[in-house]
Structure formats: C-alpha cells, structure tokens
Design a protein around this ligand. Structure first.
Ligand code: NAI
Length: 462
C-alpha cells in the first residue's frame, strides 16, 4: 500500500494542473486516470482536437474565399479527411505526452485505472488500495443524454464521435445551438456538409450577451449554417448509415422530420462521478449530480475535495484549472482563491466569440446602472486588411464609477483580446484605464481600446 499526501482522481485540466501544483508545493502526489492517455476529455476528445479541426477547416475556408482576393491564385486545396484526422491525432498525442513529461518532472505517480474511494483517506485502483491524507475528485463530465435519442457514436454522435467520423457527412443535424454544436457544426459546414442546427430556445448560445447572440447567428447563417429555432427534438431513428430526427416546433406544436447522415447531440454535459462511491461516503451532491463543496473546495467529508466539471459552475477547462491550483494551495495550508466573476468564455468559431463578467441582461436583472462602449471591427484597420471586419467589442462599465463590469467580443482573435479586459477587471480597472493605455497600431486590440473610449468621450474611428 503506497501512501500519499494527495491523490487526485482524474487527469483532465483540473486534475493534472492540481497535481502539478500539489507537487510544486512539496506534497507527495499521485493521479488516478483510467484512460490510456492523460489530459481528460479536454485533451483527448474535447478542446484540443476540436481546435485542430477548427484550424484546418478555417484554413480551407480562407483558401476558398480569401486567397484569390489577395492575389493568391491556383487550385484551392481539397480535403484529405484521413490526413486531417491524423493531424488532429498528432496534436492530441503531443499534448498528452507533454503531461506525462510534466508528471515525471514533478515526480507525480500515475496510478493507471479507474479509482474509487472506499473510505476517507483511501483510494482503490484495481485491486490496490492507496492511502492519501487528502483526496481531490476531478472526475469531470460526460455528455448528457436526451430522451428518445440513442447515441451509437457512428450515426448519432456526441462530440466524441464527431471528432472521428468515418467520412465527411453530406447532411448533418446538430441538436443544440450551444458551444459544442456551433463549433463542430462550423467545422463540418466548412468541409462541405449541409448543417442544420435545431435549438430549443429562440436564441443561440444561451446566457450570452443578447446582441452577440444575434450577430453570431447572423454571421453563421451567412456562412451557410441553417437554424431551426424554438424546436424540441423528440427522437431519432437511426440505421447503420442514416438517421431521421423528429422535432416539434414550440410555437404551434407541429411535428417535423429531418434526414441526416450524422446527428450530433450537443445538449449539454453532466458531472461524471460514477463508481467513485459518493453515496456510501455520504458526500452531498445537488439534484443535477454536482458535488457540493465549501469555499476551500472541500466536500462535507473532511479530507475529500472536488473541483472542475464535477462541481457547480461553468464547465470550462480553465475554470477547472484555476480550481485545481487553488484547491492544491488550500490542501497545502495556503489561501487558494478563484475569482468566479472573471472567468472568460470563448467560442472558437470564425469569428471567435468571447465574454467575461456581466451581460446587459444580467445587469438589468440586478437593476444596476451601466454604460455601454461599443466599437465595430469595421473601423479597425488590421481587421479590414485580414477580411475579418465582422463583429464588435462591447464593454460594460458602471455608470457612476466607470469600473468595468463585463466585456463581449465577436470578431477576430476575440479569445485572445478578452484577456486584456480580464486583467483589467482583476485590477478593478475603470474603462478609462483601458482607454488611456497605449495600444500598438495596427492591432485588433485597438478595437478593445476604442470600446473603452466609447464608455467615455467616444471612440476615434467610428
Ligand atoms: P450547451 O449547454 O452550451 O448548449 C446546449 C444547447 O442545447 C442549449 O442551447 C439548449 O437550449 C439546447 N437543447 C437542449 N435540449 C434540446 C432539445 N431537446 N432540442 C433542441 N435543443 C436542445 O451545451 P454543449 O454545447 O453540449 O456544451 C457542453 C459544455 O461543454 C458546456 O458547458 C460548454 O461550456 C462546454 N464546452 C465549452 C467549449 C468552449 O469553451 N469553447 C467548447 C465545447 C464545450
């Protein structure tokens, strides 16, 4: 029986980052992981592989639509799907091996297998029981199921199956206009698939700034994605090669059927805690299956902590990473902290969509007085040169104090630009602080400054 200061269950972004920080803080650390490679959903079947396919398909789109305009002539590239998947697999391989290297460097043991917690202070992996003064559950999430829809990962797929389809489908139906549906829907649309997105609500990407939602849907429509809004999927009927999707329009209850070669189910994820033994331990969970934790990420059972998708909050890799570092610090007797008010969200489509903090909708709900500074990428020289002038930056600031309350960006490199605002918010900055900061010309980030200027005396280039 080996003894550890900490055993982390799960080697996704939450778990592996937590383990590295634990080791750096001098704690003897092990990680339990049942997959054959480290990195969890994010590296193996989520964030990283989807970004590889988004990059490849965006490059194709650029070649098809913008190369000739720049005087780059010649046959536009055709798609070698096998090679594209091999490129994606190489990217996964490089990243997962990188974590293995970091584990060795930090002297973290990888306990291979699926772990359970027979009692506080003990973790069972296979037939072996290991002792740990502290256990950190970072077991992540899995796609939630939809009644009447049976996933076979070939014709009716979750994001996992969508990342390794046998061939590029002619017709794809995506259930859910959330982050996964729109990212992967975009990939296949750019590769030539006819993509129809069926969404229960009347807006895409629920929870986001309303103006961004509308602009985002308009741009995606222009790119060729079709949308059926306000529709609830009832069931899918699949053969080995095709499927029928039955949905009801909510406005009149009428029933319709769509044919597809592939159906992507992207209707959310739920915590994955199966087999851990939470009930027997008496660990409290919510109705949705999230593990309840206190401010130090400790559950109601002393010495057992939980982080990431398995607990409350947005299911985002970087939120899990931050919790992983903070929980490690708590275990080491330090004061780990996460500022949940400043967690950015990014959708890696083209254009990208990024947000942080409050939306106009949440501010209205709270009855807070705010001002809006908005700047269109149309007025940004760099964006125009790069055929990327669709979209805008919008900064929300307190009406009285000018303190930045949120930012919403749809446009080129939005996922990078948002961090300037995140840092400003961490420092409690006013919009004027951003506006008075010299921004290099010509850069996309000038649009952030202009939006900040728009909170005051006005932007220059609009
Ligand atoms: P989501 O919660 O973002 O979107 C699900 C969508 O499905 C919602 O718009 C919902 O209204 C719709 N829906 C639910 N039931 C339906 C039905 N019966 N018929 C039609 N529409 C229905 O979930 P998604 O896209 O599956 O993503 C899961 C999680 O993974 C999210 O928490 C997301 O934040 C995370 N993720 C984040 C990424 C990023 O940050 N770039 C990338 C991929 C996933």
């Amino acid at each position: 029986m080996s003894q550890y200061d900490v055993i982390v269950i799960g080697a996704g972004p939450g778990g592996y980052v937590c383990a590295i920080r634990c080791a750096q803080l001098g704690l003897k650390t092990a990680v339990v992981e049942g997959r054959e490679t480290l990195g969890g959903t994010c590296l193996n079947v989520g964030c990283i592989p989807s970004k590889a396919l988004l990059h490849a398909s965006h490059s194709l789109h650029e070649a098809q639509h913008n190369f000739a305009k720049m005087g780059l002539k010649g046959k536009s590239p055709s798609v070698d799907w096998k090679q594209m998947l091999a490129y994606k697999d190489d990217v996964i391989d490089g990243n997962t091996k990188g974590i293995e290297f970091l584990f060795k460097k930090n002297k973290i043991d990888w306990l291979k297998g699926w772990g359970s917690i027979p009692e506080a202070g003990k973790v069972k992996v296979g037939d072996e029981v290991h002792e740990a003064k502290n256990i950190i559950i970072a077991s992540g999430s899995e796609p939630s199921s939809l009644p009447g829809v049976e996933v076979d990962e070939k014709v009716v797929v979750t994001s996992t199956g969508a990342l390794e389809l046998g061939k590029i489908p002619k017709k794809m139906v995506v259930i859910g206009a959330g982050v996964i549906g729109l990212e992967l829907g975009s990939v296949y649309q750019r590769l030539g698939t006819e993509v129809t997105v069926i969404e229960f609500l009347n807006v895409v990407t629920p929870g986001m700034d309303g103006e961004v939602q509308k602009t985002f849907q308009r741009i995606l429509k222009k790119q060729g994605l079709k949308f059926i809004m306000g529709a609830a999927v009832q069931k899918t009927d699949a053969t080995k090669t095709k499927a029928k999707v039955t949905y009801k329009l909510r406005k009149d209850d009428s029933e319709h059927v769509l044919d597809a070669d592939v159906v992507l189910v992207a209707t959310g994820r739920r915590p994955y805690t199966e087999g851990l033994g939470l009930d027997a331990l008496g660990i409290e969970t919510t109705k949705g299956g999230q593990i309840k934790v206190g401010k130090d990420w400790q559950t109601n059972v002393p010495g057992i902590y939980a982080i990431g998708d398995a607990i409350d909050g947005p299911m985002l890799a970087h939120k899990a990473e931050d919790e992983g570092m903070a929980a490690a610090e708590q275990v080491a007797g330090k004061h780990g902290h996460v500022n949940y008010g400043v967690i950015p969200g990014v959708i890696y489509t083209a254009p990208e969509v990024a947000n942080v903090g409050e939306t106009e909708e949440t501010l209205k709900e709270q009855g807070r007085a705010y001002k809006v500074g908005k700047f269109m990428f149309m007025g940004n020289g760099r964006a125009k040169a790069n055929f990327a002038s669709d979209g805008f930056v919008k900064i929300l600031a307190d009406k009285e104090t000018d303190r930045i309350l949120g930012a919403h960006i749809i446009g080129p490199a939005a996922g990078e630009l948002i961090h300037e605002v995140c840092v400003a918010m961490e420092f409690g900055a006013a919009a004027e602080d951003l506006a008075l900061t010299c921004h290099a010309h010509p850069t996309y980030s000038e649009a952030v400054r202009e939006a900040a200027l728009a909170c005051g005396d006005g932007p220059i280039h609009s």
